[in-house]
Design a binder for this molecule. Sequence first.
Ligand code: NAP
Length: 246
Amino acid sequence: MKLSGKVAIVTGGSRGIGKAVARIFTEEGADVVITAREDSRLQSTAKQLGVIGFAGDVRREEDVENVVKKTLDKFARIDILVNNAGIFPEVRPLHEISKSEWSEVVDTNLTGQFLFTKAVIPHMMRNGGCVVNVSSDAGLRTFENFEADAYSATKAALIHLTKTWAIEYAKYKIRINCVCPGIVETDMTEPYLRTEADRAMAVAEHPIGRIGRPEDVAKAILYFATEDSSWVTGAILPVDGGISVK
Ligand SMILES: NC(=O)c1ccc[n+]([C@@H]2O[C@H](COP(=O)([O-])OP(=O)(O)OC[C@H]3O[C@@H](n4cnc5c(N)ncnc54)[C@H](OP(=O)(O)O)[C@@H]3O)[C@@H](O)[C@H]2O)c1
């Protein structure tokens, strides 16, 4: 068991990639706290996986501090943070994006990661720790007709912040790494994978010849959360069936 004795917080852990991370971390012996806004789904996932669910909105600093406090009250330490919660906006060109749509994505996908990292770092400074950021291929390169500018901007910023935080906190034995998934089958991508034609197009994008499963990304995140990666910090790992090298 690679994570026995470790305490992990997984944001956006109620479904999709976050849920797969919570499952694999639990299988490896970690005590896992998952967080998300919708409490009923969060508690049902927590029960199913045998983890703890503390509801909260990553955009609200008081919610973030509350999740961290409750985790410390229960487990007295935090070793791993997976900054996974995120949203994908309605697709439209830049000149049609409203300020409120823009801000909602930035607040969730970027300010949320800042708030959670800021809240856990002082506790990790005692024993060391790991932060894994979930960015996207959309943060690494552009895609024609992608039309989700706020999303791309937040994911690119998270890649840069991974490197910035890695340098800043290496002296405290806190490692900060990042995964960049391609298209993974979750609620987020379901609207774009409804027809056979859409699905075939998505599959064709990936040189490996299939779209991703949440477990594909969870296994890469597990690597960054364990001692297997003890000499790795500031790394940006595409987990994308090869899209990023096309
Ligand atoms: N699926 C893909 O193809 C793909 C590709 C590249 C990167 N990613 C990234 O991977 C991460 C997970 O994506 P996913 O596909 O698993 O998405 P998902 O299935 O839509 O799940 C998103 C999770 O984030 C939570 N969440 C959303 N807004 C939140 C907020 N303001 N506060 C707290 N929790 C919030 C959701 O719960 P509530 O709605 O209850 O809050 C849910 O648990 C995201 O950062 C996404 O950008 C996904």
